[in-house]
Design a protein around this ligand. Structure first.
Ligand code: NDP
Ligand code: GDR
Length: 334
């Protein structure tokens, strides 16, 4: 029976990966950082199967201690300051966590056990101002945000430690992947959640930035399966995971409102403050290598992804409304 450690376990991908590995019979540890509020909403349902350990990518000693305590066969590094706009206002923090944090974790692996298999959550944001369409593992990088720059450092340090020390270290270059567990600040979820609230009469408008950017959007559970497959090969390597289709933010908006029977133009406004200082205009990935070597493929179409997220947010908003009504009813009754 294998043991895995997941950093970023409280995030979207961490929660799906924890489910997958538990289902495969792994003993799963999740690294959580100390906070004054409880960030475990996405993993609450796993509370009796998942072991949480306290640490931080900013603190190398905590990482070494965790590796000694958990003795993992596999480490999945999903922790990051992952919100692109925030990386301009917190460029140093983003560099420390998203970039240097990976070196801290790799150093801890070198010190504790060099046989640990390591997965690094790299990103299509490293392609940035794209030099080639579609993008493959060989496409040159040109990041367009402090986040992209930090992730590029993390990617190359992973490759470098593999080549320097013979570590089994893989970098998964993943294109955008979404789900009902996506953070509310990312555009897909921001839109589907707003659609549900508008439909329920709780919100009148939705402010967005650049509607022309194009992304290759897949479904998160498919992508965590790809992460696991990367660590089960004979030799470590880097792989792109993507659907191979690209759609604009505007298409996402139109479809989401359309599913709810609403006309998006009646609700969406453009706020220039939400337009980024430097934008990534077009991303579309070629995942042929993962499809042939890992036998990986995405299962969910763009239309199905939009629909499942709109429906999940509609269910969530309805549930909140019902509980609010129940509370008011109880208050009225004194
Ligand atoms: P989320 O933003 O949902 O989750 C990020 C996780 O990192 C959270 O668990 C967060 O903890 C944790 N974290 C942040 N800072 C630290 C720190 N200093 N020490 C320890 N943990 C920390 O990201 P996703 O699940 O969407 O993405 C997972 C990874 O994949 C990220 O690295 C992201 O950059 C990368 N990625 C994501 C893609 C996507 O489309 N989703 C595509 C390509 C790459 P807390 O809950 O306490 O904030
Ligand atoms: P991205 O995702 O930057 O691709 O990074 P995000 O959903 O934030 O933006 C996608 C595109 O939508 C445009 N956009 C807006 N974005 C947000 N967040 N809010 C808005 O109001 C808005 N209006 C338009 C953006 O300009 C952009 O072009 C995500 C993260 O998960 C990263 O961590 C990950 O590495 C990449 O995906 C792959």
């Amino acid at each position: 029976m294998k043991t895995a450690l997941i950093t970023g376990v409280t995030g979207q991908d961490g929660s799906y990966l924890a489910e997958l590995l538990i289902q495969k019979g792994y003993t799963v540890y999740g690294l959580v950082r100390r906070t004054s509020t409880v960030p475990t909403e996405r993993i609450y349902h796993l509370h009796d199967q998942l072991r949480l350990v306290s640490g931080d990518l900013l603190d190398e000693k905590s990482l070494r201690h965790i590796l000694e305590e958990c003795e993992p066969d596999e480490v999945y590094n999903l922790a990051a300051q992952s919100f692109v706009p925030e990386s301009w206002s917190q460029a140093i923090l983003t560099g420390e966590v998203t970039g240097l944090g990976v070196t801290r974790l790799l150093n801890a692996i070198l010190d504790v056990n060099r046989h640990i298999r390591f997965y690094q959550a790299s990103t299509s944001e490293m392609f940035g101002n794209v030099q080639e369409v579609p993008q493959t593992e060989l496409t040159p990088f040109y990041p367009r945000s402090p986040y992209g720059v930090a992730k590029l450092y993390a990617h190359w340090i992973t490759v470098n430690y593999r080549e320097s020390y013979g570590l089994y270290a893989c970098s998964g270059i993943l294109f955008n992947h979404e789900s009902p567990r996506r953070g509310m600040e990312f555009v897909t979820r921001k839109v589907t959640h707003a659609v549900a609230r508008i439909k329920a009469g709780l919100q009148q408008q939705l402010a967005l930035g650049n509607l022309d950017a194009k992304r290759d959007w897949g479904y998160a559970p498919d992508y965590v399966e790809g992460m696991w497959r990367m660590l089960q090969q004979d030799r470590p390597d880097d792989y792109v995971l993507a659907t191979g289709e690209t759609h604009s933010v505007k298409e996402w908006v139109m479809k989401s409102f359309g599913i709810a029977g609403l006309n998006w133009e009646d609700y969406v406004t453009i706020d220039p403050r939400l337009v980024r200082p430097a934008e990534v205009d077009l991303l579309v990935g070629d995942s042929t290598k993962a499809r042939t070597q890992l036998n990986w493929r995405p299962s969910t179409s763009f239309d199905d992804l939009v629909r499942l997220m709109v429906e999940a947010d509609w269910a969530l908003v309805r549930e909140q409304l019902v509980s609010q009504q129940a509370i008011s009813h109880l208050r009225e009754q004194g």
